[in-house]
Design a protein around this ligand. Structure first.
Ligand code: CTP
Ligand code: CA
Length: 226
């Protein structure tokens, strides 16, 4: 039954988590990618599973171990990530933590691009990738609670509010990556921006941020409206 045992309040709920970067091929040996260790997203997937959720973790290329009890699908590109997310629907919860490459090369060279003496460097033309968070938020099969992340270096909360509206999600977890040690590190300072307002959380290890977020999700789902 839903919300059965008090220690497993997400039992019977399905969750989808994206994590890590995407890698967009330029040619067979080169990619365009983002900096992302995957640590926060992997911790969230593990924390949701620990509360009893049935979790699919769609992961870009990272060096993190799969959390216990989580179904992991490895992908490389944004388009593969979107397809894997759509294949994991329906879900009650979607948490998009991935650092998705905003653009990909318009053409992928079929062979390795070689240096040619005296020739100028190649130019890479980019096209926009699909927005996975916005697609999930506005899809026919929309999860009940859709959560995005926003890693910002300035006016963190203003950007988060704008993103909440633009993406059509329920919450944005805003993350100040200008703080030393956040990128690739173990600590995180986040604010949760919802339609109701903003909750500022103390700096905490990423695993603790993940547990708090999973509990907050469980409370929102058991209380009815997110
Ligand atoms: N996101 C996504 N698909 C994309 C781009 C972003 O799912 N193609 C998600 C991220 O996983 C994150 C949220 O959207 O949850 C915000 O990502 P961010 O890069 O901060 O937002 P953008 O809309 O791409 O804006 P910008 O990079 O210009 O700040
Ligand atoms: Ca982006």
């Amino acid at each position: 039954a839903l919300s059965g045992a008090p220690d497993r309040p997400l039992a019977g709920r399905r969750a989808l988590v994206t994590a890590g970067p995407t890698a967009e091929p330029v040619d067979p040996v080169r990619v365009l990618t983002n900096r992302s260790s995957g640590k926060q997203g992997f911790a969230i997937a593990g924390a949701l599973a620990a509360l009893g959720a049935d979790v699919t973790l769609v992961a870009g290329p990272v060096a993190e171990p799969t959390p216990a009890g989580v179904r992991r699908v490895d992908v490389e590109t944004a388009r593969e990530m979107l397809a894997a997310c759509e294949a994991a629907l329906p879900a009650d919860i979607a948490v998009c933590v991935a650092a998705v490459a905003d653009w990909r090369p318009a053409e992928v060279a079929s062979g390795k691009t070689k240096k040619v003496a005296g020739a100028p460097p190649p130019e890479i033309r980019l096209v926009e990738n699909p927005d996975i968070l916005a697609t999930l938020s506005r899809g026919a099969d929309r999860p009940t609670l859709v959560i995005g992340f926003a890693a910002e270096t300035e006016t963190v909360e203003d950007h988060a509010r704008a993103k909440l509206a633009r993406k059509g999600c329920d919450w944005i977890v805003a993350n100040d990556v200008s703080r030393p040690g956040v990128m690739g590190g173990t600590e995180n300072t986040v604010s949760i921006v919802t339609g109701e307002g903003i909750e500022r959380w103390e700096e905490a290890p990423k695993a603790e941020v993940a547990r708090r977020l999973a509990s907050r999700i469980a409370a929102a789902l058991s209380g009815g409206a997110p």
